[in-house]
Design a protein around this ligand. Structure first.
Ligand code: B12
Ligand code: SF4
Ligand code: SF4
Length: 382
């Protein structure tokens, strides 16, 4: 059995090793998320998960890390910054002929990379314990896809507070970071949660293009552009198409207007830098990619997972929202008669053609406000 002193030293070492592995911060918490169970159940009962059946599939295991990985007594929670340099948010959102891709997705897929680093952290802990003459710990890394409530765990581990947009944010780092965790059976000392500091601000709630933040801290997934463009398999409901603007993969608006993000750090990971081909890309260029080109240009990126059809579906909506242009109409018609479309894509193309013909495209008032907030609040527009 490790003494309290040895555990405290090990916790300190874990934080140092975590930094050396590229994590911006590491925190430690116990496995008790009983306060979250009711809130998660209400969220599911309201149907806010939409088609994300995986959110309901594992019962309350999501809130019980020790059921997910038996024997777990502590969660080592880690965050890694992903904000790429030269993100150019305002330029991108203000030109409706350009495609906007969430800034977390322009580089390499984070899942595998973060999981591997967490595994290395586990191996370092293992080596240290063996060196001290103890048995190997039982550990398992998780990132995103596993049934676990990552944000509440990171909140408990003191990595930040839960903002009204439901993401974790931190006074020094803002919210542009991924979360991952190592579940382990070593009774390390736990960290202290941070006090919430949103105070009276409601900027994220007011700026969400689709009113997806239905009350402070609660996102109706079905309304979120991230869900509509990434998770949803079928047709995008009509009521959201115009509101999506030029966002073809995810959305960053609730983070863009957040004052805590004004000085957020740029990522240290070259892997998260936006690929050249995805920097301020023209909608028509991306729409012309064949399936083979799509697969090749998005290799190793999270974008690849939506597949070519949904890629075309999303871009068709954005083209419908772009200013009237014969070149766009040509691109839509050409794509419509290609062999790479199905009924769903054709229906979105037809919607886009109708929008183009009515030439009513204009940047929404909300998006204009987000752009102004970025221009004023992010001095370097990242
Ligand atoms: C499902 C999911 C989504 C869904 C649903 C979003 C959601 N808010 O639930 C969709 C597809 C919409 C989505 C979008 C995005 N996601 Co997402 N998503 C997840 C995932 C897989 C599960 C989240 C979850 O458990 N939701 C269930 C609900 C019930 O949880 P919750 O929103 O935290 O709800 C809690 C609050 O409502 C709270 N609550 C209720 N009332 C009150 C009152 C008070 C006072 C308080 C404090 C709390 C509170 O209690 C609930 C239960 O704990 C996690 C990874 C993971 N495994 O955890 C990533 C994750 C949350 N997503 C992430 C990211 C980056 C995004 C996007 C920014 C991506 C993008 N740019 O497009 C957007 C942001 C949208 C937003 N504002 O949330 C990151 C967040 C990192 C961070 N800094 O917090 C995560 C952690 C992935 C990761 N590993 O890094 N996501
Ligand atoms: S990501 Fe966009 S659509 Fe989703 S909650 Fe934030 S602002 Fe709203
Ligand atoms: S925009 Fe305001 S309310 Fe929303 S998370 Fe940031 S500080 Fe909190």
């Amino acid at each position: 059995m490790l003494s309290q002193q040895q555990l405290a030293k090990l916790a300190q070492q874990i934080k140092t090793w975590g930094k050396a592995l590229g994590f911006a911060q590491i925190g430690i918490c116990d496995t008790d998320l009983s306060t979250e169970e009711g809130k998660l159940q209400t969220w599911l009962d309201n149907g806010y998960h939409g088609e994300m059946n995986y959110m309901a599939a594992h019962g309350m295991m999501r809130a019980r890390p020790n059921e997910l990985h038996p024997g777990t007594t502590r969660v080592i929670s880690a965050r890694m910054d992903y904000l790429p340099p030269e993100a150019g948010f305002a330029t991108n959102l203000s030109d409706s002929n350009l495609a906007y891709i969430s800034r977390y997705a322009g580089g390499r897929d984070y899942h595998k990379m973060i999981r591997n680093r967490l595994k290395k952290l586990g191996q370092q802990i293992e080596a240290e314990l063996i060196e001290l003459g103890f048995a190997s710990p039982n550990f398992r890394p998780f990132v995103d896809s596993a049934p676990i409530l990552e944000r509440p765990l990171a909140d408990k581990a003191g990595l930040g507070w839960t903002g009204k947009h439901s993401l974790l944010l931190n006074q020094d780092a803002g919210s542009w970071f991924f979360l991952g965790e190592l579940l382990i059976d070593v009774p390390l000392p736990v960290d202290i949660p941070i006090q919430e500091e949103c105070n009276t601000c409601v900027a994220c709630i007011k700026s969400c293009p689709t009113n997806a933040i239905v009350e402070p801290y609660v996102v109706d997934g079905r309304r979120c552009i991230s869900y509509l463009t990434i998770e949803l398999q079928g047709a995008i409901p009509d009521e959201f198409r115009a509101l999506i603007g030029n966002r073809i993969y995810g959305c960053d608006d609730c983070q863009l207007v957040c004052p805590v993000n004004s000085q957020a750090p740029i990522t240290q990971e070259n892997d998260f830098h936006t690929r050249d081909i995805l920097k301020q890309p023209q909608l028509t260029t991306l729409f012309a990619w064949s399936e083979a080109e799509f697969l090749s240009y998005t290799e190793g990126s999270a974008i690849r997972r939506i597949g070519h059809k949904r890629w075309l579906r999303n871009i068709a909506v954005a083209l419908g929202n772009a200013p009237h242009s014969p070149a766009i109409i040509d691109a839509l018609l050409k794509r419509r008669s290609s062999e790479e479309v199905d009924e769903m894509v054709v229906e979105h193309i037809d919607w886009a053609l109708t929008q183009q013909q009515s030439s009513c495209a204009a940047i929404s008032r909300k998006t204009a406000r987000v752009i102004r907030a970025v221009e004023k609040g992010l001095p370097r527009d990242a």
